[in-house]
Design a protein around this ligand. Structure first.
Ligand code: FMN
Length: 141
């Protein structure tokens, strides 16, 4: 069984697009070695991330991620065991605002940060996956 972690966090206001690309570069490096896949959304000063892999690898990665200065107020929105990964082919996919179709914001009643008192873990998961829809289901493009 794989462990799947979904969290939201607040980006440090000093974070630039360049920092986000640096996060993805480091993620590809580490995740490809530890067999972790997932998706990262950077939107309106918030991060939403889904990580999946062997439990000990995901835990080790989360420990590094939680110490990272580039974000704070990390809230684990859901942790569960899954049989197959959502992001089977991606060491860490990235979506920023310019790549997300506007219908995804409307359909998921998007609010910055997707606050936990308004959006369940399932709501956040559905929103994150929708941000990558074309990439995950190329036959639907
Ligand atoms: C929002 C966010 C998501 C991140 N995701 C990952 C990730 O999936 N995998 C990873 O190895 N590092 C990720 N990082 C980067 C780690 O925090 C860390 O900087 C990186 O693993 C390099 O660690 P090191 O400086 O100890 O070598 C992320 C950082 C942030 C802020």
């Amino acid at each position: 069984m794989l462990k799947q972690v979904l969290y939201s966090s607040v980006a440090n206001p000093d974070v630039t697009q360049r920092d986000v690309y640096e996060i993805i570069r480091a993620s590809h490096n580490y995740n490809s070695k530890s067999g972790i896949t997932g998706g990262l959304v950077y939107l309106d000063g918030y991060f939403f991330q889904l990580l999946e892999g062997l439990p000990r690898e995901v835990d080790a990665s989360m420990q590094r991620i939680q110490r990272d200065w580039r974000h704070h107020d990390i809230v684990i929105r859901r942790e569960q065991r899954v049989v197959s990964p959502v992001f089977a082919d991606d060491w860490m996919a990235l979506r920023c605002e310019m790549h997300i179709p506007s219908k995804v914001f409307q359909e998921h009643r998007y609010e910055p940060g997707m606050p936990a008192d308004q959006f369940s873990a399932d709501d956040l998961f559905a929103f994150l996956v929708a941000c990558f829809e074309n990439e995950l289901h190329p036959q639907m493009v």
